[in-house]
Design a protein around this ligand. Structure first.
Ligand SMILES: Cc1cc2nc3c(=O)[nH]c(=O)nc-3n(C[C@H](O)[C@H](O)[C@H](O)COP(=O)(O)OP(=O)(O)OC[C@H]3O[C@@H](n4cnc5c(N)ncnc54)[C@H](O)[C@@H]3O)c2cc1C
Length: 378
């Protein structure tokens, strides 16, 4: 389906043309094979870094593209359309750089941002723990003050880019109980005591490592603290708001891929003497998918425009994440239905997309947590 894009000028249009070319030539042909083999495509992520696609929404001064979020999210959507795991990697990288760009000092930015935005160093955000999933008050990983820095100990769960990241943003306890006692420390992965565990065996996204990371008596210099001590939740909240937009954009891309694939198949597949798309039961399914995807895309762009205008956008980000990820789950499931038995086997990508979509409803705050945030805002 032809998608109407929103760009302010020719530079943005050219950027998008470059993204389409990379997505079509470098991502699409590799996705299925790599996901089957389960190998992290570092070289593809590095290529995106060299092409400037890891730093789009950041200032040029540190190697960023100085683009509005509305443009970055349309790029992310297009990457997810071709290979969700790689788009997710870009999203993670942007989120790992977000706290640093917004809350770091110039010394920290000069040292780490260019490396993150070029892809030379991969980043990861480590919030979740065994007893701290939706409820971050349960964070137990703790940093104790010592001469000019901290001593960090604890175990983080579900760290995406765990084991391949060079820099971890670790949210840890430095004060009393509650969200007011959390601090964000940047931890260089080469530091003694940083111990990534074996990657989890996931339902999908085999190429994107997600692992526990143990921090065993890790020395962290004071210069690696992001923002003020015990104010880490401010950073986490901003990361979540932006993260929800990124996940929503990935969801739109994945849903669009499922729709386009299902439409093409339904035009070709003949039963009872007609292409199955001519049967109302199939045509209406596709019509609903197309309509919901258009609505999801509009919600994502509206939230991004509010963000780009410098206004609060938390509720809109939660709505976009909720709607777009539920839409992706439905669209990918319905795409399997449109292909019938052929949708259920690995000869076609729709069964993989259905498994991938499930993750979107869980990360950056489950969709129950989005509903809570939206309800609270009403
Ligand atoms: C592949 C993958 C990658 C991930 N990557 C990262 C990462 O890079 N960094 C990171 O920090 N974390 C990461 N996570 C963790 C993810 O953010 C958590 O899984 C998520 O926040 C949910 O936490 P939980 O799994 O402990 O579920 P729980 O919080 O235990 O929730 C269980 C169920 O209860 C529901 N629930 C919980 N509280 C409420 C409530 N108050 N009201 C209604 N329902 C509620 C939830 O919606 C869910 O359905 C990742 C997870 C996965 C699976």
């Amino acid at each position: 389906m032809k998608v109407e894009r929103h760009f302010a000028d020719d530079t943005q249009r050219d950027l998008f043309a470059l993204v389409e070319e990379i997505a079509d030539k470098e991502l699409a042909p590799r996705a299925a094979e790599h996901e089957h083999a389960g190998r992290f495509p570092r070289e593809t992520v590095e290529l995106l870094g060299r092409s400037g696609l890891l730093g789009l929404p950041f200032p040029e001064r540190w190697g960023g593209g100085d683009q509005p979020y509305a443009v970055y999210l349309q790029v992310l959507e297009r990457l997810a359309y071709r290979w969700f795991a790689v788009a997710e990697s870009v999203h993670l990288q942007v989120l790992a750089a977000h706290g640093l760009a917004r809350f770091g000092d110039d010394g920290q930015r000069d040292r780490w941002l260019p490396q993150l935005l070029s892809g030379e160093v991969l980043g990861a955000n480590a919030l979740s723990e065994a007893d701290a999933g939706s409820d971050l008050e349960g964070i137990r990983t703790a940093a104790v003050r010592e001469d000019g820095g901290y001593r960090l100990s604890g175990t983080k769960s579900w760290v995406s880019h765990g084991g391949v990241a060079g820099l971890y943003n670790v949210y840890c306890r430095t004060g009393g109980p509650g969200l007011g006692g959390l601090t964000c420390l940047m931890v260089d992965a080469r530091t003694e005591g940083v111990l990534p565990q074996r990657p989890e065996h996931k339902m999908a996204l085999a190429t994107l490592p997600t692992a526990q990371v143990v921090f065993q008596d890790v020395r962290v210099d004071e210069s690696m603290r992001l923002g003020r001590q015990n104010r880490g939740m401010l950073i986490a909240a901003s990361v979540f708001d932006h993260g929800r937009l990124g996940i929503a954009a990935c969801a739109v891309g994945l849903a669009q891929a499922a729709l386009d694939y299902a439409v093409a198949y339904a035009k070709e597949r003949v039963q009872f003497g007609s292409p199955v798309i001519t049967f109302q039961g199939v045509g209406f399914l596709l019509a609903d998918m197309a309509t919901q995807i258009a609505a999801a895309r509009a919600l994502v762009l509206e939230a991004a425009r509010i963000r780009d205008a410098g206004r609060p956008f938390s509720t809109q980000a939660a709505q976009a994440k909720l709607f777009a990820t539920d839409c992706a789950m439905r669209a990918t499931t319905d795409a399997v239905q449109v292909l019938g038995g052929h949708g259920y086997v690995q000869d076609h990508p729709v069964e993989r997309w259905m498994r991938e979509a499930k993750l979107l409803q869980i990360i950056e705050g489950t969709n129950q947590i989005q509903r809570m945030a939206i309800a609270r805002s009403l």
